[in-house]
Design a protein around this ligand. Structure first.
Ligand code: SF4
Length: 79
């Protein structure tokens, strides 16, 4: 982790409940994932996603797969 990462994303993944992860070297911060998974992914003031792993764990696998497939930067992946 680096100091340049958005603060909310520095928290560690929560083990078994971690469902998605962001490759920060690829993410462009356009927020498409947040639009596809409202309530589970929010964006910070710079447009970078903030993942709520607990909420993601409640979402159907198909929704997560759709968000991963839609990420234009190939930055979102299954954890
Ligand atoms: S859709 Fe991909 S590139 Fe866009 S904010 Fe989400 S993870 Fe980043």
């Amino acid at each position: 982790m680096t100091a340049s990462q958005p603060a909310a994303n520095r928290r560690p993944a929560t083990g078994a409940s971690a469902m998605l992860a962001v490759d920060w070297t690829r993410c462009d911060g356009h927020g498409l994932c947040a639009a596809l998974l409202p309530g589970a992914i929010q964006v910070d003031e710079w447009g970078y996603p903030i993942l709520d792993q607990s909420e993601l764990a409640t979402r159907p696998r198909s929704e997560l797969t759709r968000a991963v497939s839609a990420c234009p930067a190939l930055a979102l992946r299954r954890a």
